[in-house]
Design a protein around this ligand. Sequence first.
Ligand SMILES: Nc1ncnc2c1ncn2[C@@H]1O[C@H](COP(=O)(O)OP(=O)(O)O)[C@@H](O)[C@H]1O
Ligand SMILES: [Mg+2]
Length: 284
Amino acid sequence: MATAKGIERSSVIISVFSTTPGIGKTIVAINLAAGLASEGYKVCLADLDLQFGDVLNYLKLTSKTTVAGAQRALLDHPKTFDVRKFLIDYSNNGITFSILPAPLYVFDAYQTDINIVKEIINDLNFCDYIIIDLNSMFSALNLAMLDISTVINYVGVIDFLPALKNYKIGYDTLIRFDYEESKIRLVENRADSQKLINSNDVERLLGEPFYHRLPNDYPSVKKSINTGQPLMFAAPDSKLTKSFGELVGLYSNRPHSQGEAVTDIPTEKNSGGLLSKISNFFGF
Ligand SMILES: Nc1ncnc2c1ncn2[C@@H]1O[C@H](COP(=O)(O)OP(=O)(O)O)[C@@H](O)[C@H]1O
Ligand SMILES: [Mg+2]
């Protein structure tokens, strides 16, 4: 696919979304980025949790360039804009992926122009995979990002009734917003933690099986955050690292992986945009 700037490449966009904060979106986004990079793909992780993005913190990185700066540059100098100037690299043991950092200041989030952010993400088209770390709201920005995504990695920790209620409402909302069921990948995080709810009951209620289950593994996550490294480096032999390896296999075209590869999925079913989604949702 040719982009506006004539680059011949079509990225797979995986957005990581949930209806609840603190359930592992950023952990999932970072480890998907690292895992796909380790398979030889060119990967960019865009931190679009614009007020409270954690990607830099989790990787112990600092950056002067952010998506806010990219937005200003694109508005001011559209002809010479080069998104690569706003990326920083995470490298470890020969594995590298790029990061588009979230703004450093909370107020920058209020200046967001959704169409400009879309253009910035589109300019990352030189990558094989773009991973988008979102926050937990059905905001206009998030919906715009879900629209352009190949896959929505919908994460939940479903350990008690209110969590199940929110996960189900979020899933139903995605369906009512007209996203194809095959585009939405249900990923249960901390799946084997002590829970008051059985995963099979959750699947029955959702009417859809989980695409993948990530185990609860606090010691490994803690090591990863404390050392500022993705799990494959911080805790290479852990059950969570292994499980992320399986998820990466599902999302890549790794030949021995089970299930449907992401790239087999049509990128967009509907192009009705935000307004038509909202009117469909509310039935007008
Ligand atoms: N699989 C897991 N096992 C154990 N703890 C986890 C796991 N996933 C996430 N966590 C914990 O949840 C916290 C929040 O994760 P984070 O990715 O920042 O959530 P979000 O991005 O959804 O707000 C992490 O700091 C970690 O303590
Ligand atoms: Mg987060």
